[in-house]
Design a protein around this ligand. Structure first.
Ligand SMILES: [Zn+2]
Length: 450
């Protein structure tokens, strides 16, 4: 992947937000009603990208590994889970109000703890109070305390509370992992940076259970490497990635080590993927609160043991934003007549690109060209996300595909039907064109899209 945009380019985020709207990646939610703050809807192209990212992760994490299985747990959950996990008590942010303008802030995010960034008032903040980030609701028709339920703030607890179920049904034994992709909800005081931090988001988490005496540090390092390799396998450049080791004094008491993989976003270097060594805290908490043993039988020692856990946890939306930021580029290109124009291009890996191939008949009023293009399109779409487009000048059609990151365009022209059946293949990044046969096209796709 070539180095793309300048780091910390404040206009880049604006360009990405605009492109997202214009090309159907991400729309502001409830827009016809004026929008709903910090929620977003994925459009036709965005949902395909999102799906490809999740599929690539699931394939690498579950399908390709013999030691990881998947689950899909409920989003609605009883307070008992969050009591045991500690979220009811501790999943809070310190909240302050400005008495002058009534704006609310996270105290730990204020650059200057005495001056309001909204109205400039000094000494106008209230005392900080702890604000729980979980969304609370009621299950059933009665809004009583007994009916309280929560939208999960993380998917991880779904793996912990199903540990015994999975152990019994999958016939796995530690070391093994349980993976899940799903929505989580956090009532962030200050959501920000487009889809980077929003109240409704999607996570990809995996809990890897190991024997208490296992070399947890080696296991942690291994997962740290795995996650970095995977990010690069979907096209995120190593130059944008870095590591942040959480200082010991800032770790939760049960945590042995946490390292974040950081990504260089246009608004700064921010957390992308957290890899945590969580000891046996979660299972022991559930064992104590539920009264149900959370153990497995270790053949070597003939003992029942509570395993320890290594947890890689990442947000899908953050990955998607990273992909857009790293892939976005603007270039000057010269056309046949020597005119220089700007082109916007998303350099996405063919593995995750929403559309793999665009099939374009050179002219839409030539029946033979259109018929051959439609035939090829029908054949390709059995296996790949492809797009058929016959509207407008060929150059404009290429540009539209460049903006959504389509790696290849195939043009059906007169040579195709009058000579040897070959098509023009136009490559997104180099814009170079060459001729190839249908068999060669399928070969190219089989090699690059998996
Ligand atoms: Zn204020």
């Amino acid at each position: 992947m070539p180095e793309s945009s300048v780091p910390n380019d404040p206009s880049l985020m604006e360009k990405i937000v605009n492109l997202s709207k214009r090309r159907g990646f991400v729309f502001p939610s409830a827009e016809i009603y004026g929008g709903f703050r910090s929620t977003y809807d994925y459009g036709p192209i965005g949902v395909q990208l999102l799906r490809n990212v999740k599929d690539a992760w699931w394939r690498a994490m579950v399908q390709m590994r013999d030691d990881v299985v998947g689950i899909d747990a409920a989003i609605l959950s009883p307070p008992a889970i969050w009591e045991a996990s500690g979220h009811l008590e501790n999943f809070t942010d310190p909240l302050v109000d400005c008495r002058q303008c009534r704006e609310r802030f996270r105290e730990d995010q204020l650059v200057d703890p005495t001056t309001c960034p909204n109205c400039g008032g000094t000494g106008t903040f209230t005392e900080a109070r702890q604000f729980n980030l979980m969304f609370k609701t009621h299950a059933g028709p009665v809004e009583s305390d007994a009916a309280v339920a929560y939208l999960r703030p993380e998917t991880a607890q779904g793996m912990f509370v199903n540990f015994s179920n999975v152990l019994q049904t999958s016939r796995k034994k530690p070391p093994f992992g349980i993976a899940q992709i799903g929505k989580s909800f956090r009532n962030e005081i200050t959501p920000r940076n487009f889809i980077f931090r929003s109240r409704e988001f999607e996570q990809m988490e995996m809990e890897y259970f190991i024997h208490p005496d296992a070399d947890w540090l080696a296991c942690h390092e291994e997962w740290l490497r795995w996650c970095q390799d995977w990010l690069q396998s979907i096209g995120l450049p190593a130059s944008h990635l870095s590591l942040h080791e959480h200082p010991k004094e800032k770790l939760a008491f049960y945590s042995r080590r946490t390292v974040d993989i950081m990504f260089r976003y246009p608004f700064g270097v921010q957390e992308l993927w957290g890899i945590a060594a969580r000891s046996d805290y979660d299972l022991k908490q559930h064992q104590q609160h539920s009264g149900v043993p959370q153990v497995y039988f270790d053949e070597a020692t003939k003992q029942k043991v509570v395993p320890h856990v290594i947890e890689p946890a990442v947000g899908v939306d953050r990955i998607l934003l990273a992909i857009l930021c790293a892939g976005y580029a603007e270039e000057d290109v010269t056309d046949d007549k020597g005119n220089v124009e700007k082109r916007t291009v998303l350099r996405l890996s063919p593995r995750i690109a929403p559309v793999k191939v665009a099939v374009l008949p050179l002219l839409k009023n030539k029946e033979a060209l259109v018929a051959r293009a439609r035939e090829l399109h029908a054949k390709l779409k059995r296996n790949y996300a492809v797009f058929y487009d016959e509207g407008g000048a060929i150059g404009r059609r290429y540009r539209r595909q460049d903006e959504i990151g389509t790696p290849w365009c195939v043009t059906i022209d007169f040579e195709t039907i009058e000579k040897d059946g070959t098509f023009t293949l136009r490559e997104r990044d180099s814009m170079q064109q060459r001729r190839l046969t249908e068999a060669e096209l399928f070969q190219l796709l089989a090699e690059q899209v998996y």
